[in-house]
Ligand binder design. Structure first.
Ligand code: NDP
Ligand code: MG
Length: 393
């Protein structure tokens, strides 16, 4: 049986554990192939890494412990005694470019996933891309690497997977991409209510179960902004061809409008296992664990416009998608830092997006930055966020 060797970077997260589930499922529904998690990374939650490594048919040959501190106390169980263990952030790159790897699942959260994801693109891998922040920070550099290496970029983000699936039916460029947004837990809240929102209420997403950072991003709608930027680079379309509509049921994952006015949508239950599996098996479609849509009940599928006043993140996202350059790196870093401050009770919920806007305005924009410049600005923006929030002088 031909083996599909997969590196799951961020195997201990929400997407990572769902990916392990999909890999195990594929070995049942696709016995002609051997779906193999050859390498897996964890950062702090190394018990979960052990669990993931023990749950797959073929034990991984390579474990990456990206946090050196957590790694110091890690002792793999006897079943994993033969696995090579690498420690530190550089080991993520080593795993991403391993010649034995066919598919890299980029499931690390935030800018921390950047180097390994870029390296996978540079080395011509199929990249199942969950780590949208890589495209937000360095979209043009990703496209450059793909052009040189012939790497494949398969979206895992449900909206982008939906668009990718809708486009499959047409050879000409779409007229418009219509991203759907659940609206998050504060869809109907007033700005005053959001001013006083607690981390607990912001972490209670109505339709999706995800890691904490993206869950807060969904509440501010910064997630949709990051997705507009992600779509801009993934599909190489200008920002003015991208739209966002609110769809609270999270069944229509996105839509594509074509030149003739026809709009094609992709529907499925809110379950990440479908887009993850499609990114692994594309162009093949195989039975998926995600339950079918229940057509025995009356359906309510509603669409409503985004309230840009209550959710200023959207304007910010479109602006970043329009200007490109250093803007994505700065806003992404500011957002990561501000989300952390909010979760620690240091700033108000509504300060998150306001701070991102301020940090963007305070930076000196460049249109065609190098990777070094982007990384330097990432560090600057984190500090500037702390400064704007009164955490440092
Ligand atoms: P989680 O917080 O659940 O998981 C994050 C993963 O990244 C964990 O494996 C974590 O390790 C690891 N990690 C955290 N910090 C670092 C670091 N500094 N260096 C290396 N690894 C690190 O996040 P999600 O799974 O929710 O999200 C992952 C990515 O997928 C994000 O980019 C998100 O936007 C995207 N995404 C997620 C969706 C979802 O449904 N969850 C949907 C669409 C996109 P550990 O836990 O061991 O500390
Ligand atoms: Mg999404």
């Amino acid at each position: 049986r031909p083996a599909q060797n997969i590196a799951v970077l961020g195997a201990t997260g929400s997407i990572g554990t769902a990916t392990v589930d999909v890999i195990n499922h594929l070995n049942v529904v696709d016995p002609q192939n051997r779906w193999c998690m050859r390498s897996a990374s964890g950062h702090r939650n190394l018990n979960c890494l052990t669990q993931m490594a023990q749950s797959v048919q073929d034990a991984p040959a390579h474990l990456i412990l990206s946090d050196a501190q957590a790694a110091a106390d890690y002792c793999p169980p006897p079943e994993l005694a033969n696995a090579k263990v690498s420690v530190g952030a550089e080991a993520l790159v080593e795993a991403a470019i391993d010649p034995a790897i066919d598919i890299v699942v980029a499931a690390i959260v935030g800018r921390a996933g950047l180097e390994s994801t870029l390296a996978a693109f540079e080395h011509g891998k199929r990249v199942a891309l969950a780590n949208k922040e890589t495209l937000v920070v360095a979209g043009p550099l990703v496209r450059e690497r793909i052009e040189k290496s012939g790497a494949e970029m398969l979206p895992v983000d449900s909206e982008h997977s939906a668009i990718f699936q809708c486009m499959g039916t047409c050879s000409s460029k779409p007229k418009r991409l219509i991203l759907t947004a659940s609206g998050g837990p504060f869809r109907t809240w007033s700005t005053d209510q959001m001013d006083a929102a607690t981390p607990e209420s912001a972490l209670a997403h109505p339709t999706w179960e995800m890691g904490p950072k993206i869950t807060i991003d969904s509440a501010t709608m910064m997630n949709k902004s990051l997705e507009v930027i992600e779509a801009r680079w993934l599909f190489d379309l200008p920002a003015d061809k991208i739209e966002v509509v609110v769809h609270p049921q999270s069944i229509i994952h996105s839509m594509v409008e074509f030149e003739d006015g026809s709009v094609i949508a992709q529907l499925s239950p809110p379950d990440m296992r479908l887009p993850i599996q499609y990114a692994l098996t594309y162009p093949r479609r195989l039975p998926c664990q995600s339950p079918p849509l229940d057509r025995t009940q009356t359906w309510d599928l509603s669409l409503e416009p985004v309230d840009r006043e209550r959710f200023p993140a959207l304007d910010l996202g479109f602006e970043v998608a329009r200007v490109g350059g250093t803007a994505g790196s700065v806003v992404n870093a500011a957002n990561e830092q501000a989300v952390g401050l909010f979760l620690n009770g240091e700033i108000r919920f509504t300060d998150i997006v306001q701070t991102c806007r301020r940090v963007l305005e305070n930076h000196s924009y460049q249109s065609d930055p190098s990777l070094e410049t982007l990384l330097e600005l990432d560090r600057w923006a984190r500090k500037e966020t702390l400064r704007c929030c009164g955490q440092i002088a």
